[in-house]
Design a protein around this ligand. Structure first.
Ligand code: GLA
Length: 334
């Protein structure tokens, strides 16, 4: 059995059981375990619902096809290196990665070459030294600009439905400048709002320092200190975690005066049951991000079939009226 010291790798319950059996001498030999193809799934925020959803579907792919999945968290550059090294030591033949830092692209490619591992990126595309996307690495991510525009259109439509005067309405766009897909999403939302006729001068970008709810809360609170005249707010951000922070910061205005729309959909079930300013979210397709990417790497290893170089996924708007049905359709009702 491979290296048991690799504590941050969460093995499948079945394999964990096999290993436990081996430890008490009940017959889990190196050979039995060694026959299975092993694939890693590395994510930047292992505690987040989105990444847990990807893991869940990646695990489904592994269970259905008889390979072993190693789920790994890597929150910074040091951990990325450590975990890829560990995957190699444990016999993994490839991995899927959502990197904590896009600029680690060349380093990840180098490590994969060193260990002869096949890999692809998911969610956050790798960047080269020149700051351009590494299009030579297969990638699956969302159509970020388009989904951002959908957010902007939905915010505008809901504002009109509520007959809010544009004059005393403003937009708070929670931005995160260090991640390309985040920038695309919020700029897409802003672009759609302007196109629909919302005055650009009333659109404010609040800069998150980190990709967390807490950081979004702080950014929104800072913005509000100079905007006491605004009666109604339209709120958007890179994902549900960001919008959740904004919703909390704007809660003093009362839920009826704020329309917040997130992205992911996986983190809003708990919000949409409450009477708060969360109007809805753009529900992504975590199954494609988890199951399909893992299968692509598996087929690459087992059959030599290289993944498509660039796959983009879409989203649909979920809100209080349809979220149960839509989350169930995605297998994501908790
Ligand atoms: C980024 C975000 C996640 C999720 C994915 C979707 O990685 O951090 O919350 O939105 O993109 O691809």
């Amino acid at each position: 059995m491979a290296n048991h010291a690799l504590v941050s790798i969460v093995r499948t319950p079945f394999v964990a059981l096999m290993c436990a059996a081996a430890l008490v001498g009940a017959g889990c030999s190196d050979d039995e375990d060694g026959d299975k193809i092993k694939i890693g799934f590395i994510v930047k925020q292992p505690e987040e619902t989105w990444f847990r959803a990807e893991w869940k579907y990646a695990q489904q792919a592994a269970d259905e096809n008889g390979f072993e999945l190693m789920k790994v968290g890597a929150i910074d550059a040091v951990e990325v290196q450590k975990q890829i090294d560990a995957l190699a030591v444990n016999g993994a033949k490839g991995f899927v990665i959502c990197t904590p830092d896009q600029s680690l692209g060349p380093k990840i490619v180098k490590l994969a070459k060193k260990y002869d591992m096949k890999f692809m990126s998911v969610d956050d595309q790798l960047m080269g030294k020149d700051g351009k996307f590494m299009t030579e690495v297969p990638h699956l991510g969302i159509s970020a600009k388009k989904i951002g525009r959908q957010v902007g259109q939905a915010l505008y439509a809901e504002m009109q439905k509520r007959k809010w005067p544009v004059a005393d309405t403003a937009v708070c766009a929670l931005t995160y400048k260090d991640l390309d897909t985040a920038v695309e999403r919020t700029e897409g939302a802003i672009e759609a709002l302007i196109k629909a006729g919302f005055p650009e001068a009333q659109i404010h970008r609040a800069q998150q320092k980190e990709q967390s709810t807490d950081s979004a809360y702080k950014a929104t609170s800072n913005l509000l200190t100079n905007q006491s005249q605004v009666k109604h707010w339209l709120l958007c951000g890179m994902n549900d975690l960001a919008v959740r922070g904004g919703v909390r910061a704007l809660s003093t205005l009362g839920p009826a005066n704020v329309i917040g729309i997130g992205i992911n959909g996986t983190d809003v079930q708990g919000e949409l049951v409450k009477d708060n300013a969360f109007f809805g979210s753009m529900l992504l397709q975590p199954k494609k991000h988890g199951y399909d990417t893992t299968m692509m790497v598996y087929k690459w290893i087992s059959q030599g079939e290289k993944p498509a170089m660039d796959t983009r996924t879409g989203a649909i708007l979920i809100h209080r009226g349809n979220y149960e049905e839509k989350l169930k359709e995605q297998g994501f009702w908790q």
